[in-house]
Design a protein around this ligand. Structure first.
Ligand code: G1P
Length: 272
């Protein structure tokens, strides 16, 4: 059973400068909710019972957002605005926080979760990727596959050739519809990408990945990539890529962020 998730939210968000100097990209508004709210909802709707967020010094706003706001609640009570208290977000599952002291990469951020995860399978959701799925939440789709095979499952999607350089790209053989047995992965290929299937920021891992990350040397002055650890994992265990149903928006790309805002707004108008 996959009950725990890690959400790494410690990056600088350089693609979003200058606004990300003061506003974490995870707090970019999509309708009246910040991006990270959608990711936490996806985790909870997928059956996750505990979340660990990896934050950094500049991300206190995220911690505040998911905390109780006693002053605000007292004010709303006093003003008889009870209906508003319900929309103030306090998640139904515990959220724990660890600070990543230096921006040393996604792999380094995930390995900070080792003692939280222990010896269990776990999910990772990257909050730059917002998944809008008509059917099941994206993470739930991966957990269903994990429950079937008991192996690491990585969410993938076919993307345009010109965008492959922004992502981890898989190489593998299709075993069933949209399910690939992986044989390699390349992080942000500048050319000769091994396929058109990019990693979308949703993963279900066996705990082995944490031991691999723990043993890995931090590259001098550089970032420890999660992809490097996944490549090592491939030589120890079978891992799969699963094409996820639903639309994916990478909010680090401004046009995709605007598209997402419009998509959510149109859905809201249709509901009215
Ligand atoms: C990370 C991963 C990459 C993945 C991407 C998904 O890259 O390293 O493999 O495809 O997330 O958004 P980042 O966006 O942190 O540069």
């Amino acid at each position: 059973m996959v009950k725990k998730a890690i959400i790494p939210a410690a990056g600088y968000g350089t693609r979003g400068l200058p606004i990300t100097k003061v506003l974490p990209k995870e707090m970019f508004p999509i309708g009246l909710k910040p991006a990270i709210h959608y990711v936490v909802e996806e985790a909870i709707e997928s059956g996750i019972e505990q979340i660990l967020m990896i934050v950094s010094r500049k991300k206190n706003m995220i911690v505040d957002y998911f905390d109780e706001s006693l002053e605000l609640e007292a004010f709303l009570e006093r003003e008889n605005k009870h209906h508003l208290i319900e929309i103030v977000p306090v998640p139904s599952v515990p959220i724990h926080y660890i600070r990543q002291p230096y921006a040393k990469g996604l792999g380094d951020a995930i390995r900070l979760g080792k003692s939280f995860i222990g010896d269990e399978p776990f999910a990772v959701l990257l909050p730059d990727d917002i998944m809008i799925s008509e059917k099941e939440p994206a993470l739930k789709q991966l957990i269903n596959q994990f429950n079937k095979y008991g192996k690491t499952i990585i969410g993938i999607k076919e993307v345009e050739e010109s965008k492959l350089k922004n992502y981890g790209v898989i190489s593998g053989k299709e075993k069933g519809k949209g399910l690939f047995k992986l044989d390699d992965m390349v992080e942000k290929p500048s050319k000769n990408a091994p396929s058109n299937y990019a990693v979308i920021g949703r993963y279900v891992f066996t705990p082995e990945i944490l031991s691999i990350l723990d043993d890995k040397q931090q590259p001098a002055g550089g970032e420890l990539q999660l992809t490097e650890a996944i490549k090592d994992l491939l030589s120890e265990e079978d891992c799969f890529g699963k094409v996820v149903d639903g639309e994916r928006f990478d909010i680090g790309i401004y046009e995709e962020y605007l598209n997402l805002v419009n998509t959510i707004e149109q859905a809201r108008k249709r509901k009215k």
